[in-house]
Design a protein around this ligand. Structure first.
Ligand SMILES: Nc1ncnc2c1ncn2[C@@H]1O[C@H](COP(=O)(O)OP(=O)(O)OP(=O)(O)O)[C@@H](O)[C@H]1O
Length: 458
């Protein structure tokens, strides 16, 4: 007689499968967002977790900081064979994606062997390669040159000239700099250029994008960790970004995204000029110049209690604000030329030309993504129109300018009205100081007087 099924077959199969996986040295299941959905008791024990249920729902990196399951869950690509080092022991692991019809729905990680001696030639080779990679990484980070120099800061307008002056000053002063500006305005470029022009130019420029890392990993990434300092820590410990930047410059991008507890720790480090790597019980003296950057409104965040006022003042020693591209549209023709030249160098093709109507279209767009968006638009335009002069049709990705609802105004009148408004704005901004207004407009005092007279402005 056939046994009577008390549960649907897939449920009993799943239970049997989990039971079988429980006999491996370790097994873990994560969902599409890489949150832990199941952890075998053996793996929990190995990771020092008393009750596997307590970690359900955690992002996997919170328990296993270097886990690659998130990549597998996102990409749907398996890693059939890999090695994992954990607290001085080596394991052979397999990572498989889980699918829901055609969509990656999670991943399963299996620790297959702890007794890997049968694989020892393979493991020895892996360990040697791993050592070589670690050494190469360390060398690279201490030698990494800043890619950009002050001469890469393109622009002749008032804002660009002022920016270059401030950057030169920052390079001479060796003090903490805070760069503020919308995304894509060139904060990282400016940070590298300052480093390159400073007395630290021969030491490392190390960058860290705070927004790109979960809080659980940031502390070790910034300050380093002693061997075995936390679950999953590298056997040899980890050198933090501060130590990698010794003698050089540390660029902390998106500083506004730093969680409050880490803000306190960063403030201490900046004040004391020394760090204590996680679990190390020893202090390391620092000689690092900090350049921080943010696209967020830090003073507002301070007011709302989201950013520590003391850290803000500690960082805001030499503030530099990068203007959005729409406020420096006079630089667009030069920037376009520069970006097309760079692109030609990269592709090995000849430099593309732009028609006047295309240039007009570029100077009237609002550029929420600033210079990065301009670079991407030019790249797309070249792909769309692979030959000849790029015209306005190649810029089809830009939203159409608002349709003209008013009757067409003669161009001369439009230009005169714009000029008149610019004169009034400049005078108002400079409390009617004509020398300053002329400087702001990038014209001589004599030209300003002549224009004021022409427009009947007294
Ligand atoms: N003045 C400039 N001259 C030439 N290229 C520039 C200039 N400013 C920015 N760029 C280019 O624009 C792109 C974006 O610059 P960058 O990454 O420095 O901006 P960012 O403000 O740091 O952006 P995010 O806030 O998103 O990190 C880069 O390709 C950079 O080379």
């Amino acid at each position: 007689m056939l046994p009577v099924a008390t549960e649907p077959p897939h449920a009993s199969l799943a239970a049997a499968l989990l039971d079988a996986l429980g006999h491996l040295p370790g097994a873990i299941v994560v969902d599409a967002q890489a949150r832990i959905r199941w952890l075998s008791p053996a793996y929990a024990q190995l990771l020092g977790v008393a009750d596997p249920d307590t970690v359900i729902g955690w992002p996997v990196e919170q328990l296993i900081p270097h886990s690659k399951l998130r990549d597998v869950a996102h990409s749907g690509h398996a890693t059939p064979l890999d090695f994992l080092q954990h607290e001085g022991r080596d394991y052979v692991v397999t990572r498989l994606p889980l699918w829901n019809q055609d969509t990656p729905a999670g991943a399963i990680g299996l620790l297959l062997y702890e007794e890997w001696q049968t694989l020892s030639p393979l493991v020895a080779r892996f360990q040697r390669l791993q050592r070589e990679l670690d050494d190469a990484r360390r060398q690279l980070s201490s030698q990494r040159p800043a890619r950009y120099q002050l001469s890469d800061l393109i622009g002749q307008g008032h804002a660009a000239t002022r920016l270059r002056q401030l950057a030169e000053r920052a390079a001479q002063l060796d003090t903490t700099v805070l760069l503020q500006g919308e995304t894509g305005t060139g904060k990282e470029l400016l940070a590298q250029a300052i480093h390159h022009a400073s007395q630290r130019q021969h030491a490392a420029f190390v960058g860290l994008n705070i927004a790109a890392l979960p809080d659980s990993l940031l502390e070790a990434e910034l300050f380093g960790a002693a061997p075995g300092a936390y679950t999953g820590a590298d056997r040899k410990g980890r050198e933090g970004k501060f130590q990698q930047a010794q003698g050089g410059t540390l660029f902390l991008d998106e500083i506004g995204d730093l969680a409050l507890p880490l803000q306190a720790k960063l403030l201490r480090v900046l004040q004391e000029q020394e760090i204590e790597p996680l679990g190390a019980n020893r202090l390391v003296k620092l000689d690092v110049r900090i350049i921080a950057a943010t696209s967020r409104d830090l003073p507002a965040m301070v007011q709302q209690g989201q950013f520590r006022a003391d850290l803000y003042y500690r960082l805001n020693i030499l503030p530099i604000t990068l203007p959005p591209l729409r406020e420096r549209s006079e630089d667009i023709p030069l920037l376009v030329r520069h970006l097309l030249l760079r692109q030609a160098e990269r592709t090995g093709l000849s430099c593309r030309q732009l028609s006047t109507d295309a240039l007009y279209r570029l100077t009237t767009h609002a550029w929420p993504g600033n210079i990065r968006e301009l670079r991407n638009v030019l790249e797309q335009a070249c792909l769309y129109q692979p030959e000849g002069v790029l015209d306005a049709r190649s810029l089809h990705m830009l939203p159409n300018p608002a349709p003209a609802t008013r009757p067409c105004t003669p161009l001369a009148d439009l230009l005169a009205a714009t000029e008149r408004q610019a004169l009034l704005d400049a005078l108002a901004a400079c409390q009617h100081n004509r020398s300053q207004a002329a400087q702001r407009l990038g014209i001589s005092r004599a030209t300003l007087y002549e224009k004021l007279a022409r427009h009947g402005i007294r």
